[in-house]
Design a protein around this ligand. Structure first.
Ligand SMILES: Nc1ncnc2c1ncn2[C@@H]1O[C@H](COP(=O)(O)OP(=O)(O)OP(=O)(O)O)[C@@H](O)[C@H]1O
Ligand SMILES: [Mg+2]
Length: 461
């Protein structure tokens, strides 16, 4: 019954009935014939009812439907549509509501896309990002930040920065950013397990439209590689200076002695001149090696490619070092695959073999053996130089290819070494896209294996 009263058409019918009733009472004064009066009232009732039904169906019902659609749109359902077939004002209303819903839908899609793009950028950027509000609460940390500092988003988000970020420099950066309201840049070291990282942190204030401080964003860059390079450059400059200083001091000292006491003791003078000559020769070798290294390191280093057999190359190398074997009483064995052909920079490959055999000679005591093996392996040429020398201790192996690194400084200097030989070998191997490996045992010997692609055509031009 209640349901019936809730129906609007029922209300209208009751309204019409009341109007007819009032009209009936008024007309009863004028019309005496009750039959005619009843007929007039019935006709009036039917006409009014039909009119009201028509009004309800053509105006009120569509307006109700339109209101429902707008309600849906307000709730965020931009797919809601309202269809009305006619071209009257209700029809126009339906077209406009639908257009509005369509536009809002497109806008939302665009907004969603932009938000997704932004979040993809923020999540995949190579810098750590932290968003802090004016009260010091963390609102956002990105993936890179979590990679840097470990833990999960929930360990940071919603917490006060000084409760969860345990680093004095970060605290200082946030405080200064809030205090001075400008970008603040600092650096700190961070340990993750045993690894040490260098981090640069930039605090940038965020302002609202009234220019009031709203919070700050922290950007954290991992500058470990950069720091390492800087350290390497500093080390290199220090090492070069040190290496140059020794021979120059000795040249200057002996030259001064000669200048102070000229021509007195010819035998001694000759001895001094020989020292000066040897030291200047050492200087020359050092500078030559440095130049070779710097040329190899150039970004657009170009190889002079040619095709040659390894046999022919070894035949050119042996005479250069033969005397050294003989002087030290070392035996030398070689096995070179006859037909092995290589397309590479011949002079540089020669340099690899000379440097490796030179080391084998220098670090193998008298009566030792040295082997040179060159063979084909897949589409690579494998060059092995093995000796029965003093060997290299395990902990020194990873550093052996560093510039100026020598296991035993005094011994290496006595051999006239500059400590650049293996660094040069490694660089040549790298520019040929090859690999280098080392096996060594103290007092047993050392084996160095270089693998070079047989065809290095792609580096040509
Ligand atoms: N076959 C080897 N046996 C033992 N130690 C070696 C051998 N080859 C290299 N080393 C060690 O590695 C260090 C670096 O070798 P590298 O060839 O780079 O320099 P170097 O021989 O000292 O000087 P140079 O620049 O004249 O070659 C050497 O000082 C030596 O301590
Ligand atoms: Mg050497």
């Amino acid at each position: 019954m209640r349901f019936l009263f809730e129906k609007p058409i029922f209300g209208y019918t009751v309204g019409v009935f009341l109007v007819v009733l009032v009209t009936g009472i008024l007309l009863s004064v004028l019309i005496g014939d009750y039959l005619v009066l009843a007929a007039v009232l019935v006709i009036q009732f039917i006409v009014l009812l039909l009119f009201i039904i028509h009004l309800y169906e053509s105006v009120l019902k569509p307006i109700k439907k339109a209101t429902k659609t707008v309600d849906e749109i307000v709730k965020g359902n931009y797919r809601a549509r309202f269809h009305h077939p006619s071209t009257d004002s209700i029809g126009q209303l339906s077209t406009k509501i639908n257009a509005l819903a369509r536009n809002l839908n497109e806008l939302t899609i665009q907004e969603q896309m932009q938000a997704e793009q932004l979040s993809t950028i923020i999540e995949n950027t190579q810098s750590g990002l932290v968003l802090i509000d004016a009260k010091g609460y963390i609102h956002f940390v990105n993936r890179k930040f979590l990679v840097m500092f470990g833990q999960t988003t929930n360990d940071f988000q919603g917490h006060l920065y000084y409760d969860v970020l345990h680093n004095e420099v970060i605290h200082e950066t946030v405080q200064k950013t809030f205090l001075y309201e400008r970008n603040i840049k600092e650096e700190f070291t961070h340990y993750k397990g045993l690894d040490k990282y260098y981090i640069e942190i930039v605090g940038a204030p965020i302002f609202d439209e009234r220019n009031l401080l709203k919070g700050a964003v922290l950007v954290l860059y991992d500058i470990t590689e950069l720091k390492k390079l800087e350290l390497m450059r500093k080390d290199f400059v220090a090492n070069v200076s040190h290496e140059l200083k020794t021979p120059i001091t000795s040249i200057k000292g002996f030259a001064e002695t000669l200048l102070d006491n000229p021509m007195k003791d010819l035998e001694r003078n000759k001895e001094f001149l020989e020292i000066i000559y040897n030291e200047s020769h050492r200087l020359q070798l050092l500078i030559q090696d440095l130049l070779i290294l710097s040329r190899l390191e150039k970004e657009n280093h170009q190889l002079v490619l040619s095709t040659f057999t390894m046999h022919e190359l070894v035949d050119e190398v042996i005479p250069v070092i033969h005397q050294k074997f003989a002087d030290k009483g070392l035996t030398f064995d070689k096995s070179v695959e006859e037909s092995l052909q290589l397309t590479a920079d011949k002079e540089k490959v020669k340099q690899i073999i000379i440097n490796l055999i030179d080391n084998a000679i220098n670090y193998t005591p008298e009566q030792g053996h040295i082997y040179l093996r060159i063979m084909e392996q897949g589409n690579k040429a494998l060059i092995e130089v093995e000796d029965t020398g003093i060997g290299i201790e395990k902990k020194a192996l990873p550093r052996i290819f560093e510039r100026f690194y020598r296991v035993d400084k005094a011994r290496s200097r006595n051999t006239g070494g500059t400590g650049l030989g293996l660094a040069i070998v490694k660089h040549i191997v790298e520019v040929h896209d090859g690999t280098i490996d080392i096996e060594s045992e103290i007092n047993k010997g050392t084996k160095i294996m270089v693998s070079l692609p047989m065809n290095k055509d792609d580096k040509a031009q």
